[in-house]
Design a protein around this ligand. Structure first.
Ligand code: GCW
Length: 663
């Protein structure tokens, strides 16, 4: 494999054992004229030689054991699923479609890279979710909103970039089961509005074809105000006949040029983005108009529920940003057309290190839903601080909404199992960029990898995913793998300890969202955050306060409404609690704040020390890059510890029982 000036991430095929075979490929029911099949075979050919020294050849060297990768079409296997079984004769791979073959080949390679011999591989799987998507917040000028890994590898100077790196990116995404990619920022501005015009059709088509070769559909974020911004009209009212006919003409033109386009992602009436509210229309009016126009082409509209009043007055104690998504979208449940999916952030606020699960997930019972999470570490350390987010994603997926007797978890809902619908899934705001290691911090690639694997198989544990990622990326001996795996699994709660407590987020520098600023957002138009006073901290979201807790089904509403039953990690999200309140540990709340911040900073130092212990086990350049970030993380943890502890000590005057220095 030629060297490139970017890493191969988890497709970093390393020698696992010296094989004695020579491989041939046998196809039954599939043809390598299908580009997906051809790419799958090409991947196997390249990887098996690196992994075992064995070659794929029609004329095997003498003395080599003949091995066959038999790829057979079996109609009974679910869509995009596969069944693989190794034996002394080679490997049998069965699938019912080309994506299943591709995912089956990557599964074979993953199992071998993780230590199996070819004759030992065995796995049967089909995707947990119909849609498994990455959302790029990439801008046409090459910048990335909330991007911490360099610039966009899709866009530069308002042009679309297509090169070998593009193909590698498609390979990486296919290897983790991603089947949909939104290439541009949901804040569609300037040139991005023209992605649906002949200014960009050729390049978008070229990009779409590369994705198609890896079983991935290309999607674009759409400017709801396109009729105005590129159509020269004076309205984008979704019920205006002239607007509808503009979209009918435009979408026909788009699909004439981009026949395989998956559809559009839409952020409307949110943070200054245009939308149906401007014309007194509902979110369903907006989504359904676009959905009807795109339906003849098999396209879908993914409509984001991140709608809230971002000009609210912080003094208004009844307006609660956490309520907004449910308040705006619950009443329209069932009003959306079949090719609309509502994309819902995991929490009611905005990708904080800890939030309750959005009550809209499962609150909607007659509408297609997708879960949106953020792999980009906007509020969780900017890919400087280590924060393995898969445990957070798992918590959300496993959350019981009580929307249904037996299939009521978020994983059930977004997979379609709860409602029996076939449009749903998971999206991640991706954390990649054109840094040579793709993700800023090499260890942040565990989040990219983990989201993909989890969206394909929601039963995987955070530890299983971590170990898979480590084995394929760094191929460490067991002892060192255990150390790195433990670091990943501890990192989310360590970050939470020095930046929270107990469900309070947002004490972060405004706009940049890295580093502490306890009151940075507290008196802003963006919402209600910690409401700390000299007696206590937290927001009363019970039926005596903002009433947010009542947006959940009764079982959860009751649990959250009472501070004695509310899960302690969310206590201050739902309640205003006195500093002298005794937690389950027997500690007062204020002592917990002091202890958790001292502990968090100590544990961050523990992460850095663990990484130092791996110095001789990982490539030198990887060690150095990650070490630099741990040095920064330690500064950050200390800053958080001291600013948060000092803030609350000065607020309440209650000293630290352990007499530690608080400024
Ligand atoms: O978290 C906020 C971010 C914005 C982002 C917005 C959204 C793309 O600060 O940068 O805009 O959420 O999710 O739309």
């Amino acid at each position: 494999m030629g060297t490139t000036d970017w890493t191969q991430l988890w497709l970093n095929y390393h020698r696992v054992y010296e094989g004695d075979g020579a491989w041939n490929i046998a196809l039954e029911g599939f043809s390598d004229t299908d580009v997906v099949i051809s790419n799958a075979i090409c991947e196997f050919r390249k990887a098996i030689e690196l992994l075992t020294g064995e070659q794929v050849s029609d004329s095997p060297e003498a003395g080599k054991k003949a091995l066959t990768l038999k790829i057979a079409k079996v109609a009974s296997i679910s869509a995009e699923g596969y069944s693989i079984k190794g034996s002394t004769n080679g490997i049998d791979l069965s699938a019912s479609d080309a994506n299943g073959v591709l995912y089956g080949v990557f599964a074979i390679l993953r199992l071998i890279a993780c230590g199996k011999r070819a004759d030992e591989v065995a796995e049967t799987a089909s995707p947990s979710n119909p849609l498994r998507m990455m959302n790029h917040w990439d801008n046409m000028d090459g910048s990335i909103e909330r991007g911490y890994s360099g610039n966009s590898f899709f866009f530069e100077n308002e042009e679309i970039i297509i090169n070998d790196r593009t193909r590698d990116y498609a390979r990486f995404m296919a290897s983790i089961g991603i089947n949909g990619i939104v290439i541009n920022n949901v804040n569609v501005k300037g040139a991005a509005s023209y992605l649906i015009t002949d200014r960009y059709f050729d390049k978008v088509k070229e990009l779409s074809d590369i994705f198609e070769g890896y079983g991935i559909k290309l999607y674009m974020s759409l400017n709801f105000a396109s009729p105005i911004e590129i159509g020269g009209m004076d309205t984008c009212d979704p019920l205006d006949r002239s607007v509808i006919s503009w979209w009918e003409k435009k979408i026909k033109e788009v699909y004439d040029n981009l026949p395989h386009l998956g559809g559009f992602l839409v952020k409307a009436d949110s943070e200054g983005r245009p939308g149906p509210f401007t014309y007194g229309r509902t979110q369903a009016d907006g989504a359904n108009m676009l959905a009807d126009v795109i339906a003849p082409y098999g396209g879908i509209i993914i409509w984001r529920c991140f709608v809230y009043n971002c000009t609210q007055d912080w003094r208004d104690t009844k307006t609660d940003r956490a309520r907004a998504g449910y308040d705006y979208f619950k009443d329209l449940d069932g009003a959306y057309h079949d090719n609309v999916i509502l994309q819902i952030k995991n929490g009611p606020m905005d990708f904080q290190i800890r939030e309750p699960v959005s009550p809209l997930l499962g609150g909607l019972t007659k509408t297609n839903q997708m879960l949106e999470v953020q792999a980009a570490q906007e509020y969780t350390g900017h890919q400087i601080d280590l924060c393995y987010l898969i445990p957070l994603f798992k918590e959300v997926l496993d959350f019981h909404t009580h929307c249904n007797e037996e299939k009521d978890t978020v994983a059930d809902i977004v997979s379609g199992r709860t409602m029996g619908n076939n449009l749903g899934g998971m999206s991640a705001v991706i954390n990649t960029g054109n840094d040579m290691n793709w993700t800023g911090d090499d260890l942040a690639a565990a989040n990219t990898y983990g989201f993909g694997r989890l969206s394909f198989n929601t039963e995987l544990t955070a530890e299983e995913i971590a170990r898979e990622w480590i084995a394929q990326t760094l191929n460490l001996p067991k002892k060192e793998e255990d150390i790195l795996c433990s670091m990943l699994l501890r990192s989310r709660e360590i970050y939470e300890r020095y930046t929270s407590p107990l469900g309070i987020g947002w004490m972060v520098t405004p706009n940049g969202h890295y580093g502490p600023s306890v009151d940075g957002y507290e008196y802003s138009r963006w919402g209600t955050y910690h409401r700390a006073d000299h007696l206590g901290i937290g927001v009363d979201r019970t039926d005596r306060g903002t009433g947010y807790a009542q947006q959940y089904y009764p079982e959860n509403a009751k649990l959250y409404n009472d501070p004695n039953t509310c899960p302690e990690e969310l206590l201050l999200f739902f309640h205003h609690i006195p500093y002298t309140w005794k937690l389950k540990t027997g500690k007062t709340l204020i002592q917990h704040i002091y202890d958790s911040h001292f502990q968090g900073e100590e544990e961050a130092r523990g992460l850095a020390a663990d990484w130092d212990s791996l110095k001789d086990a990982v490539p030198e350049e990887v060690y150095k890059r990650v070490k630099e970030r741990f040095d920064l993380q330690l500064d950050n943890a200390r800053e958080w510890r001291d600013q948060v502890n000092s803030y609350f000590y000065r607020k309440c005057g209650i000293p630290d029982e352990k007499g530690r220095t608080i400024y």
